[in-house]
Design a protein around this ligand. Structure first.
Ligand SMILES: [Zn+2]
Length: 317
């Protein structure tokens, strides 16, 4: 009850983690997610319902609502943001543990940097197809993500949610192991941690544990305390989203916009719908979802240049 857990990414893994933590009575859950609920999520993202998708609710908001129904005595802090170098240290601050619910390596290195820098434990988890993997990182005591994977996998070298999909049972397995590890940490039973890189393939029936040792002596993050992901001054502000034909474009500077007045301007150019959290704008074959922090998720293209140009035309810089 006195613990605080941050969940970065409330998709399939994040949904499963959050529900377990809420029912276990973790006192405070901070749910960080940049996206909104879609019908195609419902096959594996167990917190959400058809009405969340119909209402286009941000996942952080829908999750907070459903978690509070499961346990009204805990505190839920929804954050509708894209976790990036400018906010990750704030997002993980003053909490006991960080859970990986993301779907990409860039955000995992970001979490790793922030957690090693501030000596916060975090639990890596990933799943694609029928395969899943998890590892518990205790800065200073165990290897970190960069000790084990010095570089992210090369583009197009690994299957992604786009090419392979993901099935629910492997999500349940990875999330279950992540949450069990979390409960051991939060109850000060660290001797019982699995201390490995755990890999599961629920289709090929392979379960493996590779022992993970101490921090690598040459790790730039653990040993030299260089935090490349946090220091990224000029980042690419467009990102391809996994699993669908969509691109996220972020403003170059942090800002807040008024969705109602933007909606009034855009109404001349296409169909506009606004709710408390986001604006939906359809123009031609494209659909733009614009959040209050001026981020936009642009559907109907997987081309970053096209997405940037739509953003410049309709939102500005
Ligand atoms: Zn390391």
């Amino acid at each position: 009850m006195n613990s605080c857990v941050v969940i970065i990414g409330c998709g399939a893994l994040g949904s499963a983690q959050a529900e377990s933590f809420a029912r276990a009575g973790i006192g405070k859950l901070r749910i960080v997610d940049r996206d909104f609920v879609e019908f195609s999520n419902l096959q594996r993202q167990t917190l959400f319902t058809e009405s969340d998708a119909a209402d286009r609710l941000p996942k952080a908001i829908a999750a907070a609502h459903h978690l509070q129904e499961r346990n009204s005595e805990i505190e839920i802090e929804p954050e509708i943001v894209d976790a990036n170098h400018s906010n990750i240290e704030r997002l993980v601050s003053s909490c006991d543990l960080v859970m990986d619910g993301t779907d990409n390596f860039a955000t995992r290195y970001l979490i790793n940097d922030a957690c090693v820098k501030h000596r916060i434990k975090w639990i890596y988890g990933a799943a694609v197809g029928s395969y899943g993997v998890t590892m518990t990182v205790r800065p200073g005591a165990t290897a970190c993500l960069r000790c084990i994977f010095p570089e992210p996998p090369a583009a197009a070298s690994a299957p992604t949610c786009d090419t392979a999909g993901v099935i629910m049972p492997v999500i349940s397995v990875v999330a279950a192991v992540q949450v069990a590890e979390a409960l051991k940490i939060l109850t000060a039973n660290e001797d019982d941690l699995h201390q490995g890189l755990m890999q599961f393939d629920v289709w090929r029936n392979e379960w493996r544990r590779i022992s993970v040792g101490s921090p690598a002596v040459n790790c730039p993050t653990c040993a030299r305390r260089e935090f490349a992901s946090l220091d990224a001054g000029s980042q690419d502000f467009a990102a391809v989203l996994c699993g669908r034909q969509a691109i996220q474009v972020s403003p170059s500077q942090p800002t807040q916009i008024n969705l109602t007045s933007l909606g009034a301007r855009l109404a001349a150019a296409g169909e506009v719908k606004v709710n408390d959290y986001l604006l939906r704008f359809r123009t031609g074959e494209f659909e733009m979802t614009i959040f209050k922090d001026a981020r936009s998720i642009i559907r109907g293209t997987d081309d970053v240049t096209t997405a940037r140009s739509l953003y410049a035309r309709f939102v500005g810089n």
